[in-house]
Design a protein around this ligand. Structure first.
Ligand code: BGC
Length: 459
């Protein structure tokens, strides 16, 4: 089969890779790091499918130089990593841990030394345990502690960090962590989890202010988006699908980009002086990050939980159910491969927000597959880059693309069993081995930077 060349992206388009602290750093108790909710959650028997607990990560804390060298060899323009909040503020509030800040200082210097833009995310799910014990994101105070921490990190790094991300996927934290109890902190509050959404949004808004006060610029957020497809044609199906669309796509984006919740009913369920908070939440953003993996097929509550949907099921008491998407290839984690969903989602965002939508970056996109000869990952990424290019041709302003992930890493409740990396990690030795997709991505970046379409090796 002939594969036409991948079109070149505009000059200056930023090519990067993403990762996060808990999934890679390891060194859980090293150099004064405090415990996080995930440290405790993952250590509970039965929580992580392969029995691992994330405490070793990929050894990134000790091997970051090796990974930066891999990024440099890849030709990456940027690296999206996350700062571990409990490494910097071990108790969630109070004294900073100088050794923790020193680590990120060294990492930033290493990246800058290789001409790679550091793009830190300040929260990729590892809440300091002390704050989790105080209610975590259900407690309004957590938002203020987050802003203090964000300001402290920026005080130290803003002179060298030109791109900032406040939160990663607040929708997943709310749904998986607080509503369904599948992720840390393991709360199963269903709709009573909504305050966790509001407080994360507030934390974001407060952090934007704290970051700017400390001299940071180019501030964004990484939000997950999924085109929601409706299963079936009944009233209940349409209701379930529309509700899921609101919860997963607009509950966060609307307040951030328009200063209002998508629906008065949601605003009424939120705690605090909501109208006032919304002004903080809608602080102008320099860019908006989209994490995209696949569409979601949603209808009326399903008679039985769907266990391939990110490894968890929606309980029947919720007014929607997730269905299998048939007729598409699947990744190693069972997720459907639908590249056009990325184009579709970007166009939906552009249509909904118009001039209010700041420039976009794809802050995550990738897939889990086994093996070093990972032609299926190449096909996945190639397809998604074509879809991205198509969205841009339709007028969506996208400035860069970060694939998930640079290396294999701890995939939350899947443990080490799902491998999303361009680089293989042998968890016994932590040895890194670039996969075929790594070499492919390097050529994509090179061609694009030279303004040439990329001739696919199998073209
Ligand atoms: C998260 C990553 C995760 C990836 C693949 C995203 O939801 O931000 O931490 O590894 O998806 O599941």
């Amino acid at each position: 089969m002939t594969i036409p060349p991948l079109p070149a992206f505009p000059p200056g388009f930023l090519w990067g890779a993403s990762a996060s602290a808990f999934q890679t750093e390891g060194a859980a108790g090293t150099d004064g790091k405090g415990p996080s909710g995930w440290d405790v959650f993952a250590a509970r028997p039965g929580r992580i499918k392969d029995g691992t607990d994330g405490s070793r990560g990929t050894g990134f804390y000790d091997r970051y130089r090796e990974d930066v060298a891999l990024l440099a060899e890849l030709g990456a323009g940027a690296f999206r990593f996350s700062v571990s909040w409990p490494r910097v503020v071990p108790d969630g509030s109070g004294p900073l841990n100088p050794a923790g800040l020193d680590f990120y200082d060294r990492l930033v210097d290493e990246l800058c030394g290789h001409g790679i833009t550091p793009a830190p995310t300040l929260y990729h799910w590892d809440t300091p345990l002390a704050l989790e014990h105080g209610g975590g994101w259900l407690n309004r105070d957590t938002a203020f502690r987050f802003a203090e921490y964000a300001g402290a990190v920026a005080e130290r790094l803003a002179d060298r960090v030109p791109m900032w991300i406040t939160l990663n996927e607040p929708a997943e934290v709310t749904l998986l962590g607080y509503a369904l109890g599948e992720h840390a902190p393991g709360r199963r509050l269903l709709f009573d989890a909504l305050p966790a959404a509001h407080h994360q949004l507030l934390a974001h808004g407060l952090a934007v202010g704290a970051l700017r006060a400390a001299g940071a610029s180019r501030i964004g957020i990484a939000v997950s988006h999924t085109p929601v497809w409706t299963a079936g044609g009944s009233e209940e199906d349409r209701f379930g699908s529309a509700l899921y669309d609101t919860l997963s796509n607009w509950l966060f984006a609307d307040p951030l980009l328009t200063g209002a919740y998508p629906d008065e009913n949601f605003a009424a369920l939120m705690p605090g002086p909501v109208a006032e908070d919304l002004k903080t939440i809608a602080a102008p953003l320099d860019w908006y990050g989209v994490n995209y993996y696949n569409p979601t097929l949603v209808g009326a509550p399903a008679p039985q939980a769907l266990d391939t949907f990110a490894g968890f099921g929606i309980p029947p008491e919720l007014p929607f159910g997730i269905r299998e998407i048939d007729g598409y290839e699947r990744t190693g984690s069972g997720w459907p491969v639908v590249p056009d969903g990325l184009r579709d989602m970007l166009v939906r965002l552009e249509t909904r927000y118009g001039d209010r939508l700041p420039p976009l970056y794809i802050t995550e996109n990738g897939c889990s597959f086994e093996g070093l000869r990972d032609s299926r990952r190449i096909d996945f990424l190639d397809g998604h880059l074509r879809a991205l290019h198509a969205a841009m041709a339709q007028g969506v302003d996208v400035r860069g693309y970060f694939t998930w992930s640079l290396t294999d890493n701890f995939e939350w409740i899947e443990g080490n069993a799902q491998r999303f990396g361009l680089v293989h990690v042998d968890y016994a030795t932590m040895r890194r081995t670039p996969k075929d997709s790594y070499h492919w991505y390097r050529e994509v970046i090179r061609s694009s930077q030279a303004g040439r379409p990329y001739e696919h090796p199998r073209g």
